[in-house]
Write a protein that binds this ligand. Structure first.
Ligand SMILES: C[S@@+](CC[C@H](N)C(=O)[O-])C[C@H]1O[C@@H](n2cnc3c(N)ncnc32)[C@H](O)[C@@H]1O
Length: 356
């Protein structure tokens, strides 16, 4: 196979994975929902385990779970997966990541100890996670934006930036984005307020290297990246107007969330805003069965602990007040659409204030 033939075959394979994922989301989910409604009929409410047992009496549920797990694996792994595709262009990516950056754009810490929960699990089924391969950030970016991506629809991060702006009508001069990845969440904040400073913090050097290159390409000079643990960033206390995170809480064990909230409180000025975009399922057996199963099948083991933890108490213990959770409209009409129309993560905004 020629190099170009390989590229075409990989693209066709990824299209197939994306189309299969849409079949799973838009054709299988309605059937499974109807089966769940039938399984739940009766006077007494049933829990997730009972519902799963009843659903397993028919084949749809098993196929649904199998496809979710294995389409995600096929996206990343194997000869036509994203890892192989980017590996074939390794030299090109490594040269891009090695380009000189403006002073202060990126501060890496080669001695940073990566926590066990982070290195022990290949998050999202990405082989080696975001941190172990110099191309880890580029691989994640390709997966998030590729045809089979479910969380990287264009505009998602811009929508969240607008939510934050509505909570801070006076604007912000300094924002810290914890768990910024390759910068998809930090960049819209920086672009929306060029006069403010945005600092993106992450554990993964490969993601931060890519983030800093993308920011340099876009001439986003008000954006800085720092390799640090969100629990102990080393940034100055009391200077941030906003501390935020996007799709990070569900990747952390509860005790790490508690420590991250304490760090957010330390970083904020009095009256500052702590605001996080994440996933919290409704109190409904089928919604929770789907969501917790998604976490297991996607190698995101802390989805369920996040949904079960007392976030209000964790915020109070960290010193916050005015805790609130609101639904997040990830695309137009998402909150009005019947839930069986297509599969959707239960997006939620979690916010609180540091007392003035
Ligand atoms: C799903 S990604 C989200 C990335 C980005 N916020 C976005 O919206 O695209 C979660 C990120 O959290 C980072 N992360 C996990 N634990 C962390 C910690 N303790 N401190 C800092 N970053 C962490 C991961 O490296 C990863 O980049």
């Amino acid at each position: 196979m020629t190099g170009m033939g390989n590229v075409r075959e990989q693209a066709a394979f990824q299209d197939f994975v994306g189309a299969s994922r849409r079949f799973w989301s838009e054709r299988m989910l309605p059937v499974l929902t109807a089966e769940a409604d039938a399984a739940r009929r009766g006077p007494a409410p049933i829990d997730e385990a009972t519902l799963a047992a009843r659903l397993s009496e028919r084949p749809t549920y098993d196929f649904f779970c199998w496809l979710e797990r294995h389409l995600q694996r096929m996206k990343y792994s194997g000869p036509r997966g994203i890892v192989a595709a980017l590996d074939a262009r390794r030299d090109e990516f490594e040269a891009m990541l090695a380009r000189p950056l403006p002073d202060g754009a990126l501060r890496l810490d080669p001695d940073l100890a990566l926590p066990g929960y982070y290195v022990d699990c290949d998050i999202h089924q990405q082989p080696g996670g975001l941190w172990s391969d110099p191309l880890g950030g580029a691989i994640y970016r390709e997966a998030a934006g590729g045809s089979a991506g479910v969380v990287a629809r264009s505009g998602l991060h811009d929508r969240f930036t607008s939510v934050v702006a509505a909570e801070m009508p006076e604007g912000w001069a300094r924002l810290v984005d914890l768990g910024c990845g390759y910068g998809k969440s930090a960049l819209p904040f920086a672009r929306s307020r060029p006069e403010a400073v945005t600092v993106g913090v992450d554990l993964a050097a490969p993601a931060l290297r890519l983030a800093a290159q993308l920011a340099a390409d876009m001439q986003a000079r008000n954006l800085r990246y720092l390799q640090a643990d969100a629990r102990a960033t080393g940034l100055p206390a009391g200077e941030a107007d906003v501390v935020t995170s996007t799709m990070v809480l569900h990747e952390l064990p509860p005790d790490v969330i508690e420590a991250m909230l304490r760090e957010a409180h330390r970083l904020l000025r009095p009256g500052g805003l702590s605001i996080h975009l994440d996933f919290l399922p409704a109190n409904d057996a089928f919604a929770r069965l789907l969501h917790f199963g998604h976490g297991r099948r996607n190698n995101e083991p802390f989805m369920e602990p996040l949904a079960r933890m007392d976030l209000a108490a964790a915020h109070r213990a960290a010193g916050f007040e005015a805790f609130r959770v609101t639904a997040f409209e990830d695309e137009d009409g998402a909150l009005d659409r019947p839930p069986d129309r297509k599969w959707r993560l239960p997006w939620a905004v979690v916010l609180a204030r540091k007392p003035s």
